[in-house]
Design a binder for this molecule. Structure first.
Ligand code: NDP
Ligand code: F7E
Length: 320
């Protein structure tokens, strides 16, 4: 599955490129990176004008606009609590969005499409670091299996359309991401923005303690979204193959270490209290990103620098 059909292409800077989900964490970073690189013909319809769960609206959009390239960063996304609480929405919405976009992209002559999955596609007890070949080798983590099944279907759909129709659809599997434009919801977000907000609010209110979920023992690998955007555009030009590609930083921390680091960056001086009634989720999911490294890509942003950058953005854009 990791076979490379390595025909590097130079993306045409003036061709139409559609970024689905351009207002989100990932889509906004990709859009900014495309603009920096001189792409001048971005298609960025707001969700109010194009609901990607609406099959006929998606088909009409593709038929009218005929984009050359598509980056599929629109999805129903959330942290461990949201995944565990809204399983129907996570499987149904994601299957609908990705099926509609991939199918209409193929039907309307898109030259290349990149689908974004997630490291949660791998078995809960996959070998570490997790190679791409670990896909479908064991049971999934129960807190996010619905979302994971949708993402696995997305990978398989890209592969099927490549095999049957020769459609150049590739899949990238990022590790846990963070950065500007993240979702800072107190319950439904991922751990890093949730903790940033909680420590910030505790600092402002003068609280003595902050509650963090679980045991603190799980390990997670974090990647700044600007690095992910860079990797996505790198793959669009350098990779064309059946197998999906892991995108990670190669560095992991425990949730306890992450909490201490966020606390320090935010400047909260109280204590951390662990809520053991909340799920830990998968114990460890460090990805093996050597396939991507072998193609010549490496991440640049350290976790500490990325946290400082994200907290600055949070202060300027979310809370004052
Ligand atoms: N965040 C993370 O840690 C990780 C994310 N990923 C993957 O990256 C991709 C992007 O995630 P992320 O940026 O974090 O998610 P966000 O929630 O930040 O952004 C999702 C985007 O999708 C759009 N969207 C959702 N539903 C619809 C719809 N029905 N019609 C049109 N647009 C819709 C949203 O629109 P609107 O702005 O209008 O709400 C938003 O712009 C996803 O595929 C996700 O699985 C993978 C690994 C980790
Ligand atoms: C990217 C990936 O993200 C999700 O998986 P996850 O890695 O488990 O995501 P998470 O960021 O929500 O949690 C990471 C760890 O952190 C702990 N934790 C502590 N305190 C808070 C807290 O306040 N909020 C959250 N969310 N977690 C907390 C939490 O208990 C867990 O041990 C998938 O569902 C799926 O969306 C996916 O693909």
């Amino acid at each position: 599955m990791g076979d490379l059909n390595n025909d590097p292409i130079k993306l045409d800077r003036s061709a139409k490129i559609y970024v689905a989900g351009h207002r989100g964490l990932v889509g906004s970073a990709i859009t900014a990176a495309l603009r920096r690189l001189g792409f001048s013909n971005l298609l960025l319809p707001p969700r109010s004008l194009l609901d990607l769960t609406d099959q006929s609206a998606v088909e009409s959009f593709f038929a009218a606009e005929k984009p050359a390239y598509v980056i599929l960063a629109a999805a129903k996304v959330g942290g461990i609590h949201a995944n565990n609480t809204y399983p129907a929405e996570f499987i149904a919405t994601n299957l609908q969005i990705q099926t509609n976009v991939i199918h209409s992209a193929y039907r309307n002559g898109v030259v290349k499409l990149l689908f974004l999955g997630s490291s949660c596609i791998y078995p809960k007890f996959a070998p570490q670091p997790i190679p791409e070949s670990a896909l479908l080798t064991g049971p999934l983590e129960p807190t996010n299996e619905w979302y994971a099944v949708a993402k696995i279907a997305g990978i398989k759909m890209c592969q099927a359309y490549r095999i049957q129709y020769n459609f150049d659809a590739i899949s990238a599997m990022p590790t846990n991401l963070y950065g500007p434009n993240d979702n800072f919801h107190p319950d439904n977000s991922h751990v890093l923005p949730a903790l940033m907000r909680r420590f910030h609010e505790a600092k402002v209110l003068g609280s003595k303690e902050v509650v963090v979920w679980g045991s603190g023992a799980p390990l997670r690998e974090f990647l700044h979204v600007d690095d992910l955007a860079d990797a996505v555009l790198f793959l669009m030009e350098k990779y064309s193959g059946l197998g999906h590609v892991n995108v990670g930083s190669g560095k992991e921390v425990t949730i306890r270490e992450l909490a201490e680091l966020v606390k320090e960056v935010v400047g909260f001086e109280g204590n951390i209290v662990w809520d053991g009634s909340k799920p830990d989720g998968t114990p460890r999911k460090l990805m093996d990103s050597s396939l991507l490294a072998g193609l010549g890509w490496t991440p640049k942003v350290s976790l500490r620098d990325g946290l400082v950058d994200t907290y600055k953005w949070y202060l300027e854009n979310v809370k004052r």
